[in-house]
Ligand binder design. Structure first.
Ligand SMILES: Nc1nc2c(ncn2[C@@H]2O[C@H](COP(=O)(O)OP(=O)(O)OP(=O)(O)O)[C@@H](O)[C@H]2O)c(=O)[nH]1
Ligand SMILES: [Mg+2]
Length: 214
């Protein structure tokens, strides 16, 4: 059953006793731009320092773009493989996140590092049905965590596609990725289904609480 992210966020906001939260629409010129990282840097300079930069990474077909637009529009959008990136501003309880959704195809992964500068949060999206390629997600994860520009970044892992039969649980994925060995980055793993929005709110909640500590 579909649970809109806005109502999930409202429920979470009540749960933590806050004054409420919203999913904000981006102000021009951010909307749905397939921007290159360099223009992103210029954009970054023009925007407020209180905005937290987020990169959404993961293998192709993991559900990154679907998650981004669930955050933003509360609905499942039709996606095609992302070439380059999408960038959107998401506002949760007065916390502004500038989210870069980066294409995950193999040929694009070597350019992920051009997006790393100033990143405060990494969202790694894993397709929980994709057992065969979990080893590649793991390699990419540890490559990122070792990168100087991501030294201070916090890590949120979405174990996506939990609606699918025989998917791996968040606990299985956590074990495979040896998350408990990560001591130098705060991390959190969250199971979710981007089609219904389930679990996305909890992930955003974790990011919002971490953003408050910075
Ligand atoms: N069953 C199911 N399908 C999902 C879920 N999330 C995304 N999908 C589907 O997975 C496919 C790929 O989703 P995208 O969001 O385009 O994947 P992506 O990670 O952005 O892929 P790239 O842009 O190529 O890196 C689409 O057909 C989505 O509808 C989910 O939670 N459950
Ligand atoms: Mg995409």
């Amino acid at each position: 059953m579909k649970k809109p992210i806005v109502s999930l966020l409202a429920r979470c906001a009540r749960g933590v006793g806050d004054s409420g939260c919203s999913v904000g629409l981006p102000s021009s010129p951010l909307a749905s731009a397939a921007l290159q990282p360099n223009s992103g840097l210029n954009l970054w300079r023009r925007r407020s320092c209180s905005e937290h930069k987020v990169i959404i990474v993961g293998l192709d077909n993991a559900g990154k773009t679907t998650i981004l637009y669930q955050f933003l529009m509360n609905e499942v959008v039709h996606t095609s493989p992302t070439i380059g990136s999408n960038v959107e501003e998401i506002v949760v309880k007065n916390t502004h996140f500038l989210m870069w959704d980066i294409g995950g195809q193999e040929s694009l992964r070597s350019s992920w590092n051009t997006y790393y500068s100033n990143t405060e949060f990494i969202i790694l999206v894993v397709d929980s049905t994709d057992r065969e390629r979990l080893v590649i997600s793991k390699e990419e994860l540890y490559k990122m965590l070792a990168h100087e520009d991501l030294r201070k970044a916090a890590l949120l892992i979405f174990a996506n596609k939990q609606d699918m039969k025989d998917c791996m649980s968040a606990a299985e994925i956590s074990k495979y990725l040896t998350l408990s060995s990560i001591k130098d980055h705060p991390w959190h793993i969250q199971s979710c289904c981007a089609l219904t929005g389930e679990g996305l709110c909890q992930g955003l909640e974790w990011m919002t609480s971490r953003a408050g500590l910075r």
